[in-house]
Design a protein around this ligand. Structure first.
Ligand SMILES: [Cu+2]
Length: 94
């Protein structure tokens, strides 16, 4: 019922949530992955990153054989990104 009591705890939770949003740091990169041959490969790559923390978006392209990635470098390193791709069967070309 109104007036709804607003406790200190709920305000702190709210601030904490806001802080998480503010500290989100997004970097974008494009990687060359020559083994992408078809839409099946595209799905495999996009699926491989589905539950990888720190990766916000992945777009694989069979025509250009590239993977576009949005990630948070404070959460995931490029080495880890490359190893996820290698483990899925798609090593990054250097
Ligand atoms: Cu394929």
């Amino acid at each position: 019922m109104y007036p709804y009591p607003v406790g200190r705890e709920s305000i702190e939770k709210c601030n904490k949530r806001q802080k998480e949003v503010i500290t989100l740091n997004v970097q974008e990169t494009t990687l060359s992955v020559p083994d992408i041959g078809c839409d099946g490969c595209v799905n495999t790559i996009q699926g491989a990153f589905k539950h990888v923390p720190g990766v916000q978006a992945v777009q694989a392209d069979a025509a250009t054989k590239q993977v576009h990635l949005s990630y948070d470098p404070q959460v995931i390193t490029m080495e880890r990104v490359e190893s996820v791709l290698s483990e899925a069967g798609y090593p990054v070309a250097k």
